[in-house]
Design a protein around this ligand. Structure first.
Ligand SMILES: Nc1ncnc2c1ncn2[C@@H]1O[C@H](COP(=O)(O)OP(=O)(O)OP(=O)(O)O)[C@@H](O)[C@H]1O
Length: 248
């Protein structure tokens, strides 16, 4: 398994979270190895966005989160970012009045000036399409390009883990492919990925391993290349036993 102990980058155990009195996540466990790409799949309302928020400290949580060997108990979003965990939130909007370059500089707020510029250039190198437009207003980019800019912003601090919440949302199939191709390049470059995605086939082509979340708990874990996985996922989504033998 790619999650053997020395390699574990993110480990979540017994995690619970919700909004006020509404419990959404119950006893969630998952792990991601260094440099591994993992998809978090599941039906609408399963709790995927809530899980990313709980991991990055945007909402309170119970249970254990360890990242890069560190206990993240009590860590908020600032500490998570400082530890190397970047979260591109669902529907992230870029600053449309600012240039592409300035959007990226902002993402590196607080970094030393030369380091920040170098990192902005490196982030742009992953997205030649928006690198060409670095001096244009972000508002003049297409939807797909703005999505790429949002992902690039997540890269400026050179994270060890990049969590992407539905980066394909609202994009045409061609643009979805471009955004996911960039995700694959990042993974090849050694960045671990946790990808929330509704498009199962496209997600499976992008990652090494998947978890499925339904009704706030993990109902399936598998390698992305396991046979009949889309069928197993659908069954897991709808509450049938994901571990039951497959029909021939
Ligand atoms: N701010 C909030 N306050 C109260 N309940 C919320 C809030 N955000 C989400 N929820 C509820 O938490 C549950 C999980 O929502 P979440 O957005 O995490 O699911 P999801 O799997 O990401 O769904 P989708 O695929 O539709 O984005 C849902 O029942 C939702 O209504």
């Amino acid at each position: 398994m790619p999650t053997s102990a020395p390699d574990i980058l993110l480990e979540v155990k017994g995690l619970s979270a919700g909004y006020g009195k509404i419990g959404v996540l119950h006893n969630v466990a998952l792990s991601i190895a260094t440099g591994e790409a993992v998809a978090l799949l599941g039906p609408n309302g399963a709790g995927k966005t809530t899980l990313l928020k709980a991991i990055s400290g945007l909402i309170g949580r119970g249970g254990e989160v360890r990242f890069a060997g560190r206990d993240m108990a009590g860590a908020g979003p600032r500490e998570a970012v400082a530890a190397g965990l970047a979260h591109v939130v669902e529907g992230h909007r870029v600053f449309t009045q600012l240039s592409v370059f300035d959007n990226l500089l902002l993402a590196g707020y607080g970094m030393a000036k030369t380091e920040r510029r170098r990192q902005v250039d490196e982030a742009l190198a992953f997205f030649p399409e928006i690198a060409e437009k670095r001096h244009d207003r972000a508002g003049s980019l297409s939807g797909g390009q703005q999505q790429m800019l949002a992902v690039a912003q997540g890269l400026v601090r050179r994270p060890r883990l990049l969590m992407l919440d539905e980066p394909s949302a609202g994009l045409s199939p061609v643009l979805v492919d471009r955004v996911l191709a960039a995700t694959r390049r990042l993974r090849q470059d050694g960045t671990a990925i946790l990808l929330v995605e509704q498009l199962i086939e496209k997600a499976l082509a992008t990652v090494d391993r998947v978890y499925a979340l339904a009704r706030g708990t993990i109902v399936l874990e598998a390698r992305a290349d396991e046979p009949k996985l889309p069928e197993r996922l659908e069954r897991a989504y709808f509450g049938q036993d994901a571990h039951a033998p497959l029909e021939a």
